[in-house]
Design a binder for this molecule. Sequence first.
Ligand SMILES: Cc1cc2nc3c(=O)[nH]c(=O)nc-3n(C[C@H](O)[C@H](O)[C@H](O)COP(=O)(O)O)c2cc1C
Length: 461
Amino acid sequence: MKIVVLNGSPKGDISVTMQYINYIQKKFNQHELKIINISQRINQIERDKETFHSIISDIKSSDGVMWAFPLYVFTIHSNYQRFIELIFERNVEDAFKEKYTSILATSIHFYDHTAINYMNSICDDLNMNYFDYFSLHMYDLEKEDIRKNLLKFVQNYFDAIENKVITIKNYNPVKYSPISYIPKIEHNKIDVLNKKIIIVADSLENINLKNMINKFRSLFSKSIELVNLQDIDMKGSCLGCLKCGYNYECVYSGKDDYINFYNRKLKTANIIIFAGTIKYRHLSSTWKRFLDRGFFNTHTPSLSNKQVGFIISGALNQIPNLRQILEAYTQWQRSNLVGFITDEYDTSIEIDKQLHAFACKLIKLSIVNYSKPSTFLGVAGMKIFRDEIWGSIRFPFVADHKAYKALNVYDFAQKKYKSRIINSILILLCKFPSIRKEIYSNRMKDSIIEPLKKILENETV
Ligand SMILES: Cc1cc2nc3c(=O)[nH]c(=O)nc-3n(C[C@H](O)[C@H](O)[C@H](O)COP(=O)(O)O)c2cc1C
């Protein structure tokens, strides 16, 4: 069989992900795994129609397509996303139709599920026969049990192709026919006070997005800065080179204006609005490139204590995966997510009201410097980073290690000596059946709330 492997790593052949593909090829040498370096060659693929169409004809003549990619900032690399946009923009979806497809992802398991959900939904949109995914930690190849399971996964995938097994569709097509939003209501101006607000948008060609942004800006007493991503001088997308790991210095430092923009405009704002149009289940690849380039801050939160909101044109309510990515992004950045405003309402008046309430809330929460605690998205994500940076990837991420010490990220349970001592005593005492019975039957509920009651008692009215 001929399987086309679409490589999502900007590092091309010298990529972690491709070592897994090389391993699979070695073990299944009766089949051809044709690797195409998509992310690394995206400029050529986009510019040169012949290159693009030779990839498409490889896909047409293949028995299966493997999406093999590393995680980049909650999903796939921006160049890989651009390739997906090109498939739809250039109407070559038919080449993918009914092809048996699988996903092989490598990462440190930080939001690997959102990348997989996204790619699965794209495969469903392309009417492919989606088999399954295999999500690997970048160093899993060192583990024998995982290697064995990887081979079982691949064997099952090949069997599915040969036996034409029925596959399951996990995502319904997105249905989106928005109203034409035209602002209707005049509101009183909201006092900006000393708050610095910035809107970053990917393109203003979409009239609904443009009108929502204009309406939002018009709500304030002062002029609000709007930056179009197209106007920021970005020489390229993230290369995954990890030069930033030592001291946040990027390979593009001094070569384009991205870092200057990020540090001077975003980091100094009190309120940040990300605005964009949903394109094929994500914000555009232009947005993704912007987010990927933000990795010069490596794993250190760089937008702490800001109020963040999203103005989005598109069917966000039908794409909970994207909502989760954006929410998780704000929690990881330690900023406060104020909300999402979209054009999914029945009337322009409703959108006007939403935008007004949103603007008031942003200012109010900024004044009181409000920050809601993280949910599982932020708490669990940070624990992954904490363990990875303390452990196996402290080098090359030297800057993160310093920052994590300063930010008290290293809150390992084994350092909580008081609770360790109490636990040991209680576990020992519970070896006596009578004490165990007394604690588990009569004291449990009271003792759980004891520390909370102490706070209540000490708090003044
Ligand atoms: C810019 C950048 C962003 C990354 N983002 C994530 C991420 O969001 N989640 C994750 O688990 N790993 C993330 N990683 C780690 C990579 O996914 C992981 O190292 C992967 O195995 C690299 O594969 P490659 O060498 O094939 O590119 C990121 C790495 C880089 C360089």
